[in-house]
Design a protein around this ligand. Structure first.
Ligand code: SAM
Ligand code: SF4
Length: 348
């Protein structure tokens, strides 16, 4: 097992800090209680900032965790103290048996919160069933309210269906609804005003994300990064000063409000203001690897272990050992690039 721990400019002080979170700790003392689960590397969109236009290679189905393997593993994570789980991908709604998977995951008493990040293209048809099965909340990715630009940025997506998906989630009581907008220069950077206006009419959270240079989209990043500061300045030039709200320390979103608005505006700034110190999450890829950090290639295998007869105790030990070596920091702002997996292959 690899034991070297990656650190960049990390003060070794967190191990002394008590943490209110349950879950296994890493070597810096950060407690992990949040697992993002990629259900598939496939998707019905090809967003500019996530996938190249052509040449995506998807993993053969027999390399992905089966539903049974996935649910068993979630039980191990819940047993170790993880309490928050999020389904993602690729596009999680293209995974067969999604409603059964949700029900299976929610059957563990330790699973306190189950949410999903989705492009919502087919959410309108399934939101009510997902809610009944135990899905608590959704984050919907929507980069613009302009249907033509939407189609261009997703390379073919239909805004009207996505909007139906958001309304269906809202009607099903998946609160609070959060919308994710990746802001790209000369694409949707002017559309942030209309996105933010949604918070005047709805109690939703509209979150603006800085793009990350994942595998396959480096050139788009080089041309298109818009920082959170730039987006906030654009919003304040239009709406006047935003009011800063108290944010949950383990939520990477820093939150603001247009005075008087029922909804809120969030900024997620992995490039300009990395949030490693409060990171409480790891990821499970669709092929059964524990991914310790989006931006480091280090992964821990579960799939082959399970297929070779590992017991629950073996898996628990693998989980604790893996979390222990979670790295710290990244050097994106200095030009370093992740060249191992794309966002859709990790689970954003
Ligand atoms: N398909 C689902 C969706 O789009 O919501 C879930 C998977 S997607 C990879 C998860 C989140 O990652 C989305 O909110 C998407 O906007 C974001 N994302 C994808 N590529 C990104 C990138 N290069 N930088 C920052 N965020 C990215
Ligand atoms: Fe698909 Fe989500 Fe990536 Fe867009 S961001 S291509 S919807 S996985």
């Amino acid at each position: 097992m690899q034991t070297q721990v990656a650190t960049i400019g990390k003060p070794l002080h967190l191990a002394d800090k008590p943490s209110p979170l349950t879950g296994p700790r890493d070597s810096f003392g950060r407690a992990m209680n949040y697992l993002r689960i990629s259900l598939t590397d496939r998707c019905n969109f090809r967003c500019l900032y996530c996938m190249p236009a052509v040449g995506m290679k998807f993993q053969p189905r027999d390399e992905l965790l089966t539903d049974e393997e996935l649910i068993r593993l979630v039980g191990i994570f819940a047993k170790s103290g993880f309490t928050k789980f999020r389904l993602t991908g690729g596009e999680p709604t293209v995974r067969p048996h999604l409603v059964d998977i949700v029900r299976g995951i929610k059957s563990f008493p330790g699973v306190q919160e189950l949410s999903m990040t989705t492009n919502a293209l087919i959410l309108g048809r399934i939101a009510a069933d997902l809610k009944v099965a135990g899905l608590d909340r959704v984050n919907v990715s929507i980069d613009t309210l302009d249907p033509v630009r939407f189609k261009m940025m997703t390379r073919g997506g239909r805004l009207d269906l996505v909007w139906q998906g958001i309304e269906a989630a809202d009607a099903a009581g998946m609160k609070p609804i959060k919308l994710n907008t990746v802001v790209l220069k000369n694409q949707n950077d002017l559309d942030v005003i209309k996105m933010a206006e949604l918070t005047l009419a709805h109690d939703w959270q509209v979150r603006f994300l800085e793009m990350m240079p994942m595998e396959g989209v480096g050139p788009v990043y080089d041309e298109s990064l818009v920082t959170s500061e730039e987006t906030r300045a654009r919003l304040e030039a239009h709406f006047g000063p935003l009011k800063e709200l108290e944010s949950n320390p383990s939520d990477p979103s820093r939150n603001w409000r247009i005075p008087g608005a029922p909804g809120t505006i969030g900024f997620i700034s992995p490039i300009s203001a990395p949030f490693c110190e409060t990171c409480n999450r790891v990821r499970l890829t669709a092929d059964g690897k524990l991914r310790l950090c989006l931006l480091w290639a280090d992964e821990v295998d579960f799939r082959d272990m399970m297929r070779n007869g590992a017991t629950d105790d073996d898996l628990l030990a693998q989980l604790r050992g893996g979390v222990w070596r979670k790295p710290w920091g990244h050097r994106i702002a200095e030009g370093e690039r992740n060249t191992v997996r794309g966002m859709s292959q990790i689970g954003g």
